[in-house]
Design a protein around this ligand. Structure first.
Ligand SMILES: NC(=O)c1ccc[n+]([C@@H]2O[C@H](COP(=O)([O-])OP(=O)(O)OC[C@H]3O[C@@H](n4cnc5c(N)ncnc54)[C@H](OP(=O)(O)O)[C@@H]3O)[C@@H](O)[C@H]2O)c1
Length: 346
């Protein structure tokens, strides 16, 4: 059987490197080209020793491939992708450049006009659990952000079922790899270690994605979502705590109601390999190194409020793993291929 040729644009970042690491074990594809602006001309194994079994030299531009992953920062990613899409090549963009459907939101949230608004409609927002049929047919997949993946999966069943009121709070904590490999004072070890901080209190760039996807599940009412990210001293993982008041008369505020709520979630995710509804609050280490999203919905019986905790590995289900899940769908492979690894413990 011939292997599908894969190119990874920007192997020198955390996400590009993670796509490569996971694809090394994929039986149906072969990485044929990797790029990296600052390391072009060097052997991949010298730049990223953990990837030395991939026998390639880093290039300045991607070589010929059947499917391209772009793990560039936003704006640079769109510039690299637009010509590839024009040539009919399948592309999975891990940046934010094709996630939002309304072009004007790029000016508002990313400080630049979108370079190809016509492609926004063509791009499929790649959460397979919500958009599997569209991903399967897509040429261009916009892989979701890490925070939005955890938040959307945590809230989608409740929003869709109409059991919560429109005021929703998503409080998320992320490990430092979420900020990427480029060093900065904020991510410097003495600043992060033994420290927890809130940031982007005027509105984080991932908010419009969360709103876009949840609003589409409940178009009758305008959702009011507060999303507050925090940085915590760990390498990988995102834990999101989500809160909303229950609509009266739908789910009882009782132990029986908690069981009904959990059934709503189990029904929503029935048959999903990577989303697990769990009976105890999950911890980031339970998803670490895997493509899992662990979700624990419950009710605060004193206030009648829904509480949902979700955990993902930001680099896998929040990035590279979900991108490979999308790739499998786009190429007609079993969705779980290459993503079977269990979480790493301890
Ligand atoms: N980190 C996560 O958890 C996560 C999760 C989901 C999605 N994402 C998205 O995935 C993409 C990559 O994220 P990352 O965390 O891997 O980033 P990263 O580790 O910070 O990678 C950034 C690298 O991109 C290269 N770069 C920067 N500007 C460039 C430009 N204009 N043209 C070409 N290369 C440029 C630089 O490498 P050189 O010095 O070699 O040029 C830089 O080291 C981003 O769009 C990010 O939003 C990240």
């Amino acid at each position: 059987m011939s292997l599908t040729r894969i190119a990874i644009v920007n192997i020198t970042g955390y996400i590009g490197a993670e796509v490569a690491r996971l694809l090394c074990r994929h039986p149906n594809v072969k990485i044929v080209s990797v790029t990296g602006r600052s390391e072009a001309g060097k052997r991949l194994g010298n730049v990223m020793p953990h990837l030395s079994q991939i026998d390639l030299t880093i290039e300045a531009a991607p070589g010929e491939a059947d499917l391209v992953f772009s793990a560039l920062p936003h704006k640079a990613s769109a510039e690299a992708i637009i010509p590839l899409v024009g040539k009919g090549i399948k592309v999975i963009d891990l940046s934010a450049d094709f996630r939002l459907k309304q072009a004007e939101q790029y000016q508002q949230w990313y400080d630049h006009a979108h370079p190809a608004p016509g492609l926004l409609e063509k791009a499929v927002y790649g959460i397979p659990e919500l958009h599997r049929a569209d991903v399967t047919k897509a040429q261009l997949v916009a892989n979701p952000g890490c925070y939005p993946t955890g938040a959307i999966l945590a809230l989608a069943p409740a929003v869709k079922a109409g059991i919560i009121k429109r005021d929703i709070i998503v409080d998320s904590k992320s490990g430092v790899s979420g900020a990427g490999r480029t060093p900065s004072l904020t991510t410097h070890f003495p600043e992060v270690n033994e420290n927890v901080s809130a940031y982007s209190m005027d509105g984080h760039r991932h908010l419009p994605e969360i709103v876009q996807e949840l609003q589409a599940l409940q178009p009758k009412e305008t959702l009011m979502i507060t999303f507050q990210p925090h940085l915590i001293p760990m390498t990988r993982g995102i834990l999101s705590s989500c809160y909303a008041s229950l609509v009266e008369g739908k789910i009882a505020v009782s132990r029986q109601g908690v069981a009904e709520l959990r059934q709503v979630y189990r029904d929503f995710y029935e048959g999903e390999t990577f989303v697990k509804v769990v009976d105890a609050p999950p911890q980031t280490k339970q998803a670490w190194g895997s493509n899992l999203c662990l979700i624990h919905p419950t009710i605060d019986l004193r206030t009648g409020r829904l509480i949902v905790i979700s955990c993902i590995d930001n680099l896998i289900k929040g990035g590279a793993g979900q991108a490979i899940q999308n790739m499998n769908l786009m190429l007609g492979f079993p969705e779980t291929t290459g993503l079977e690894a269990l979480p790493v413990y301890p």
